[in-house]
Design a protein around this ligand. Structure first.
Ligand code: PGA
Length: 252
């Protein structure tokens, strides 16, 4: 059985006090049981203080973005080793907001993925199609292009220490969730693509779903055979909303 990961992407929200209160609320309500893990990804300025807060708890720490470079004259950027240094274990790469708003290419995302792994972080590689792409019937091609950028640059073995997140862009922050069947179709496709190169590894790699996941739709999504957790935006900003998804994960 693959472990379930419930990951909160706080995006650019909160403050020192709000972040600490949120994480206190999460830690206080972590469901009993095993087979799942909780992760929070706060904005950069709060990583170090949240790292102290979660120490010894069942909650792990991740960042939302990282530079593809190791160090040097890159004003405003943050290196993987710095994230590791302040207590991160995970980092999200290639979120659709980074791709769409900041123009990150799949090649750049692959470079970030490799830089993160080189520093000992677990990258969470986001892939997903826009509504236009889905309606044009090109969902699988889009996913393949985003996935192949990493597979071709780094090989399949890197997925032994990485996570994939399928996030249909049309479902992010819209309240419109993919149905469990729609999501499962794409998750199955992603796992099959990995299996073409390494079938053992494909069975092990965690594939998260992201896009308006909430306490009420989480049980259906998480019960699908190829959905191994969630990457949660809006519902990760309130402890009770996030814990409702954690509860669903604990029941699987
Ligand atoms: P959402 O965001 O849960 O608010 O749709 C998900 C994400 O962007 O990771």
């Amino acid at each position: 059985m693959r472990e379930i990961l419930v990951a909160g992407n706080w995006k650019m929200n909160g403050s020192t006090a709000a972040g600490e209160a949120l994480v206190d609320g999460i830690i206080a309500g972590v469901p009993e049981g095993s087979g799942f893990r909780l992760l929070v990804c706060p904005p950069f300025p709060y990583l170090a203080s949240i790292a102290t807060k979660i120490s010894g708890s069942k909650v792990s720490l991740g960042a939302q973005n990282v530079s593809e470079h190791a160090s040097g004259a890159f004003t405003g950027e943050t290196a993987s080793a710095m994230l590791k240094d302040v207590g991160c274990e995970y980092v999200i790469v290639g979120h659709s907001e980074r791709r769409a708003i900041y123009g990150e290419t799949s090649e750049q995302v692959a470079a970030k993925f490799q830089a993160a792994q080189a520093a000992g972080l677990i990258p969470i590689l986001c892939v997903g199609e826009t509504l236009d792409e889905r309606e044009a019937g090109t969902t699988q091609n889009v996913i393949d292009e985003q996935l192949n950028a990493v597979l071709n640059a780094a090989g399949v073995d890197v997925f032994a220490a990485a996570i994939i997140a399928y996030e249909p862009v049309w479902a992010i922050g819209t309240g419109k969730t993919a149905t469990p069947e729609e999501a499962q179709d794409v998750h199955r496709h992603i796992r099959a693509r990995v299996a073409e190169r390494n079938s053992d590894l494909a069975e092990k790699v965690q594939i998260l779903y992201g896009g308006s996941m909430k306490g009420d739709n989480a049980p259906g999504l998480l019960s699908m055979p190829d959905i191994d957790g969630g990457l949660i935006g809006g519902a990760s900003l309130k402890a009770n909303d996030f814990l409702a998804i954690a509860e669903a994960a604990a029941q699987i």
